[in-house]
Design a binder for this molecule. Structure first.
Ligand code: 4GX
Length: 247
């Protein structure tokens, strides 16, 4: 898969995408992510890419010309017009379901807005979908684009080791993770739960499932609506509280 990120801060994106798992995945050719500088396409003699909004008001807007020309350049290079996603608080809030769906595309373009956003006309002309990473306000679309690129990349074959890939199933099944421990067995007077040292795999599995269910029940009841629950899961949830019949 190839992802082109249209941004005014390509170095910021490049820095994040060069490290850790995504950095390794890019080097090994499992994902191709390019950071394209919108400012390279300005025709303004002072390299400006923003201007004041018509009608007045605070802040500046990104202008149509550099954004559009940048997009045309990417599409010409690819010989096609991939789905273009604009990172914006006005978009649908990102979910793992959406991540999974987008990871099936051969190409994607992510557009990062800055200032007060982008002239609506170019959005109408090139944007296929607007996505928000959550109901809070950031200073630009770069962090959202990086969040999206990261979450998509880890779904691609080869990006994660096989056992890590298995774990990604966990958010589909909509339960929170169980707590985990490593050496030493005792720290600050706290012991690792006995069952994890027992070597009894059936019991360990049951304990972890129970912890996942408890945590989800206590912290994110909303997730239980979409969870796949067995008879014994429901029995455990029943014993946890009043909301019994709901799940
Ligand atoms: N999830 N931001 C985009 C510029 C902007 C301003 C107004 C459209 C309209 C965000 C988020 C987010 C801040 C990125 C404002 N764009 N993006 N930027 N939350 O807060 O995606």
């Amino acid at each position: 898969m190839r992802i082109d990120i249209m941004t005014l801060f390509p170095e910021m994106c490049e820095a994040v995408l060069s490290e850790s798992i995504i950095g390794r995945a890019r080097q090994n050719g499992f994902v191709d992510i390019r950071c394209v500088n919108i400012r390279d396409f300005t025709k303004d003699k002072h390299n400006r890419v923003d201007d004041a909004p018509y009608g007045g008001g605070t802040g500046m807007l990104m202008q149509t010309q550099p954004v559009y020309d940048c997009w045309e350049h990417i599409c010409a290079e690819l010989g096609k017009k991939p789905k273009l996603i604009y990172m914006s608080p006005q978009g649908q809030v990102l979910t793992q379901q959406k991540v999974k769906e987008l990871s099936k595309e051969e190409n994607l373009i992510l557009l990062c807005g800055h200032y007060e956003g982008i002239d609506e006309r170019v959005i109408e002309e090139i944007v296929d979908e607007e996505i928000s990473i959550g109901d809070y306000v950031l200073t630009g679309g770069e962090l959202p684009a990086l969040v999206l690129a990261d979450s998509i990349s880890r779904m691609l074959p080869g990006v994660l080791a096989n056992d890590e890939a298995f774990e990604q199933e966990s958010h589909y099944s909509s339960l929170l993770e169980y707590p985990q421990y490593t050496r030493p067995p005792e720290w600050h007077g706290k012991s690792v739960p006995e069952v994890l040292l027992s070597g009894h795999h059936k019991n360990i599995e049951a304990w972890r499932r129970e912890q996942s269910l408890k945590r989800t029940f206590e912290r994110r009841k909303d997730l239980l609506d979409n969870a796949e629950l067995s008879k014994s899961d429901r029995k455990l949830l029943d014993s946890l509280g009043k909301e019994t019949k709901k799940y």
